[in-house]
Design a binder for this molecule. Structure first.
Ligand code: SIN
Length: 611
């Protein structure tokens, strides 16, 4: 195994950033500009991230008050969409600091679309009470942001301020005692290690847990698995958001289309007026929620699933009708506002100015993740997490549209600030980085120029007002997986018949199981069956250990299996419906004491402790 030693220049603390979505790229740039020795490690190319595919945009109230909008309204919308499960302090931080990091993006060359007056063009999306969604390239916001940040990272690499390790798959976190001291990774078929003062996990989500997803193939729960194996607490894993309008490929389309990547039809399309109809052409959303297509995302996905089930076609699809937009705003509007969707639907043989698009819910975003405080600190010293991989509690039980890129920005920056503050030691003020209000380039600055960092140094105590609400789940000290996962599923059922004896583990089988048993609608029985099937695979794959494999895909498979077990465990623990976690039981599953493994310690995040 090749080893790269610790910090080469002891004056420059080393931060390893794992992942190249918005949190990783932005965090790496800020840390480098503040003088840290930054290593950016990503398992694919820099553009391989969920961020790259984000269409709708990034929500932010840019002025206070803005015309027709306020930060308070953004906060209220986020809390409401989150179904009462958000950490209000995290939401306050997200919404009030948004404009600071939007300015930070500007300094790295990100440009948002402007309206005819030269002001930022603001879109409306579901569950937002005002148009506040910034977008770039119409519906290519993620690509616009990622491309600009990648250019800045490559420039930083060229000037020796960031070291890039592409196609390098993190396989484990190195630890000295509990403290994380570096990363083990696979590169060019060899296992290597690199030491650091801290590691920032910005590895994104896990849409590949499900058979239908809007996520690219890299979204395999890697950060969650790395953190869990290192002993970090995780939280809110039962809350997985399904986007209601992912294009469905009918048989004819599937044959004709070369590009089979998933195609999200952005929520912004409903924001412009598109509506959902069933196969009979009947608009049905009003029967489920007063806000119809502009209800929170969990409501719309669930309504589609319930409506299809009521029609006796649970695996079917509905249609998104965008023709009304073109009729109202004039020919050519759809192509101008949504160029990517227009091109991709056309490639699939659909002219959406003339016909509705077949759509169905698909796994999109994990609200849960590695538990962190509001400074990206996990329960393991030396380990930070930000973006979709993390759980600050900001997204609650259902994320508000276009708050995900914003989360990566705000909490990615805060994690870097906390890292820098810790490196400076307890006697010094912690720095704020990034977006100084005077428009100067991002740099380290005193706390006076930025926001106070309450956990800047020494042994931070998490103050109750900052602690996320959700219970978090911690690995058992002996690393064993809980015994309940090995229980037999009682009584045969239609789904159990296909999964209780799942045969050889395969990623495809895992994804089908999760979609059938732990998807938009779940029952206690389905979750129990899923737990049994996962346990049977886990007894062979042992996903709680780092795979002893040189094949990167085996690492991903183990990560997915571990994440699936944790998700199903959390979903079984929450016996009533909340947000994106919808128990279709009719009545809650009776609490069974034996279900709760004593080796799991359920703790409130308020008890986060740092060494
Ligand atoms: C969309 O464009 O509908 C996705 C945006 C998001 O997930 O926030």
């Amino acid at each position: 195994m090749n080893t790269t030693s610790g910090t080469e220049n002891p004056q420059r603390p080393r931060l390893i950033v794992v992942g190249s979505g918005i949190a990783g790229l932005y965090g790496a740039l800020l840390a480098a500009d503040a003088g840290a020795d930054v290593v950016l490690l990503t398992k694919g190319a820099l553009a391989d991230s969920n961020t790259y595919y984000a269409q709708g945009g990034i929500s932010a109230v840019l002025d206070e008050p803005a015309p027709g909008d306020t930060v308070a309204a953004h906060i209220a919308d986020t809390l409401q969409a989150g179904a009462g499960h958000c950490n209000p302090e995290a939401v306050r931080v997200l919404c009030t600091e948004a404009r600071r990091d939007i300015a930070g993006l500007g300094r790295f060359g990100v440009r948002f679309d402007l309206d005819d007056d030269g002001d930022p063009a603001l879109g409306l999306e579901a569950a937002h009470s005002a148009p506040r969604i910034l977008h770039a390239g119409g519906d290519a916001t993620g690509a616009g942001i990622a491309n600009a940040l990648i250019c800045a990272v490559l420039a930083a690499q060229a000037s020796g301020r960031i070291r890039l390790l592409g196609h390098a798959r993190a396989t484990a976190l190195l630890q000295s005692g509990r403290r994380v001291t570096g990363v083990e990774f696979l590169h060019d078929g060899q296992l290597k290690t690199i030491q650091a003062d801290a590691v920032l996990l910005a590895t994104g989500g896990a849409g590949q847990l499900f058979a239908q997803t809007t996520n690219p193939s890299v979204a395999t729960a890697d950060g969650l698995a790395l953190a869990w194996r290192a002993g970090a607490a995780v939280a809110d894993l039962e809350f997985f958001q399904f986007h209601p309008t992912c294009m469905v490929r009918t048989a004819e389309v599937a044959e004709a289309e070369a590009n089979q990547d998933p195609l999200l039809i952005s929520e912004a399309v409903r924001g412009e007026g598109a509506f959902l109809v069933d196969a009979q052409g009947r608009r049905f959303m009003r029967e489920y929620h007063a806000d119809a297509e502009l209800a929170p995302r969990d409501v719309v996905s669930r309504s589609v699933a319930l409506h299809l089930a009521a029609l006796g076609d649970p695996n079917g699809h509905v249609y998104l009708d965008a023709r009304v937009i073109e009729a109202a705003k004039g020919p050519g509007f759809l192509e101008k506002r949504f160029p990517t969707i227009t091109r991709r639907t056309r490639e699939a043989g659909i002219d959406w100015t003339r016909e509705p698009v077949p759509v169905a819910p698909a796994a999109h975003y994990w609200m849960g993740g590695v538990s962190t405080d509001l400074h990206g600190r996990t329960t393991v010293p030396g380990l930070f997490a930000a973006g979709e991989a993390a759980c600050t509690g900001v997204q609650g039980a259902n994320r508000l549209a276009s708050n995900s890129l914003l989360e990566g920005l705000v909490f990615g920056r805060r994690a870097v600030e906390a890292f820098l503050g810790e490196q400076r030691g307890p006697s010094q003020d912690s720095g704020s980085v990034g977006a100084s209000p005077d428009g100067a380039p991002p740099r380290a600055s005193s706390a006076a120029g930025g926001l106070p960092l309450t956990h800047a140094s020494g042994t931070p105590s998490v103050d109750a007002s900052e602690a996320p609400f959700s219970a978090s789940l911690e690995p058992s000290p002996d690393g064993d997986f809980p015994a309940w996962e090995f229980e037999a599923a009682p009584g045969p059922g239609p789904i159990e018949a296909s999964f209780a004896r799942p045969g050889t583990f395969s990623r495809g089988a895992l994804r089908r199981l999760m979609t059938a048993n732990a998807g938009v609608l779940r029952t206690g029985g389905q979750l129990r069956e899923a737990g049994a099937a996962l346990a049977a695979w886990a007894a062979v794959v042992r996903p709680d250990n780092v795979p002893d494999a040189g094949d990167p895909r085996e690492h991903e498979d183990a990560n997915l299996l571990l994440a699936a077990q944790l998700l199903v465990h959390a979903a079984r623990e929450r016996r009533t419906s909340l947000g994106a976690h919808y128990r279709d039981d009719g009545r809650p599953e009776a609490a069974a004491a034996e279900d709760i493994d004593k080796r799991y310690r359920m703790t409130r995040k308020a008890s986060l402790v740092h060494d």
